[in-house]
Design a protein around this ligand. Structure first.
Ligand code: ADP
Length: 181
């Protein structure tokens, strides 16, 4: 585990399965139809039970770069935040801004709900094909900026599923810390 205090809070990097984490909100990498999917979204829906998909159906969808909250069902969290990251299309279709927005909006949704701790997966770097190093820089930059400007949520954990993703985020956090000093 790596931890850095930042602005009004802290950023932690963990290697693991997000469904086993306790936090006010767990973020899932959703599709814009909120239909459930594979990867981290499939894991969250399986572990949380059918209540989550029912809540998604009532909401109906969420544009790319935005986020919505539902019940966490049987998971050890108060909410699931469904964040829709961009599908990588080469880098000139606003992907970086949309990815940063998916993180920012997740933090904003939780702030509005009154929560203080949040766990993110690496949004868009699985099936959506976003290059990992670039995504790690965008993700950590968006969260760091939020922690500098806002007081809540203050406790941000990235739960990274495989060694390559964990190592890439660890290096990106070191680079960000060095540039921020
Ligand atoms: P996207 O469609 O946004 O690319 P994916 O779910 O395909 O989303 O992948 C996003 C990241 O989530 C990948 O790094 C993948 O390895 C990871 N992942 C898959 N299952 C889990 C899990 N249970 N907990 C945390 N991360 C996970």
């Amino acid at each position: 585990m790596t931890q850095r205090t930042w602005g009004h809070g802290a950023i932690r990097l963990l290697r693991g399965n997000i469904t086993e984490i306790r936090a006010d909100a767990l973020v899932t990498a959703a599709n814009d139809g909120l239909r459930g999917g594979g990867g981290v979204d499939g894991a969250i829906h399986r572990a949380g039970g059918p209540e989550i998909l029912e809540a998604c159906r009532r909401i109906g969808g969420c544009p790319t770069g935005q986020a919505v909250a539902t019940t966490a069902g049987e998971l050890d969290a108060r909410w699931i935040i469904h964040a829709v990251g961009p599908i990588w299309q080469g880098g000139n279709r606003g992907e970086a801004e949309l990815l940063a927005s998916a993180y920012r909006q997740s933090l904003r949704v939780l702030a509005d709900l009154g929560g203080s701790s949040i766990a993110f997966p690496s949004i868009s770097t699985g099936v959506y094909g976003y290059p990992l190093e670039a995504a790690a820089t965008v993700a950590l930059g968006a969260v760091a900026r939020h922690l500098e400007l806002e007081t809540q949520p203050s406790d941000v954990t990235f739960v990274l599923f495989d060694a390559r993703t964990f190592d890439t985020y660890t290096r990106a956090l070191e680079t960000l810390s060095a540039s921020g000093d």
